[in-house]
Design a protein around this ligand. Structure first.
Ligand SMILES: O=C(O)CCC(=O)C(=O)O
Length: 280
């Protein structure tokens, strides 16, 4: 059974609430926030995705899932899909866990259809490599637009596994937890937490969106400024543009384009001098 945030944590002040959520992520590798989106927002997200969910974008291997639709490059497809990427509660948690100027690493929809099999256990950190598998390279979120239940392929996690070594857990590892949560909820977990998409044994598809964030010095999983080029990024908020990579990591000047701040590609008059240290 999933362990959502306790009711009393909802009554804390915003700062104390964020602190409590961050502490749970540090201790157990994840936290679930139930029902963060209301019905209207769920509907808007579903509507934004619906043109892409026509059965053509099916997974191309067992990991993506042959019976799952996977829609990438979401922020080039509909601006409403940025709603969850820059949700203030999530950004507050990320601000506490990741280094300044962190980035959006991946952002895709996964619509798991009946008959989909379970994925292998994996960590989203894996691309970062490195000797310490518990190093905090990123934070992943999964927002469900359908209820996640016992049968329909809810994400499965292994609480505490963010502190484990390199070995991949066996299929039948004890302690696996199904992330059961009502539509409009979110699970937030470290890139080192072992997890997988579950098997969809139900008669219905199960839709989710997974924005994933990484440290500002790590290569993004999806090449975001190419996936969301300036003419599309222009339609998004300043914060989302920065998350996509139209930003400079300070210190270090990481991310410049032709020696200039990348926001100049969106707004030629952008003055980023003070913030980035780059000549404008
Ligand atoms: O669909 C899910 O529940 C998880 C998917 C996942 O972890 C992935 O594809 O990396």
């Amino acid at each position: 059974m999933s362990q959502p945030v306790k009711g009393s944590e909802r009554d804390l002040s915003p700062v104390a609430r964020t602190d409590a959520l961050v502490q749970k992520i540090r201790d157990e590798g994840y936290v679930i926030i139930p029902s963060l989106l209301d019905g209207a927002r769920i509907k808007a997200l579903r509507a934004a995705l619906s043109p892409w969910l026509d059965g053509t974008l099916l997974g191309r291997n067992d990991f993506e899932g042959f019976r799952s639709e996977r829609v990438y490059g979401l922020l080039a497809k509909h601006t409403d899909l940025s709603l969850i990427v820059e949700h203030p509660l999530i950004l507050g948690i990320l601000d506490a866990l990741l280094e300044r100027d962190y980035l959006l690493s991946a952002n895709l929809a996964i619509n798991s259809h009946p008959g989909e099999t379970a994925q292998r256990f994996h960590r989203d950190n894996a691309g970062g490599g490195g000797a310490d598998p518990t190093a905090l390279h990123g934070i992943s979120t999964i927002w469900n637009l359908d209820d996640f239940n016992e049968d329909n392929g809810a994400t499965e996690i292994i609480p505490g596994s963010h502190l484990w070594g390199h070995e991949i857990p066996a299929e039948d590892t004890p302690g696996v937890m199904k992330v059961i949560m009502p539509a409009g909820s979110v699970i937030i977990f470290t890139g080192s937490l072992f997890h997988r998409g579950g098997a969809n044994l139900s008669d219905n598809p199960r839709l989710a969106i997974t924005p994933q964030y990484c440290q500002p010095w790590l290569r993004q999983l999806e090449n975001m400024p190419l996936a969301v080029p300036p003419e599309k990024a222009r339609l998004l908020s300043d914060r989302v543009q920065s998350l996509l990579g139209y930003s400079i990591r300070t210190p270090g000047f990481m991310g410049y384009v032709n020696g200039l701040h990348p926001k100049r590609l969106i707004d030629p008059g952008y003055k980023g001098r003070k913030a980035s240290g780059l000549p404008s």
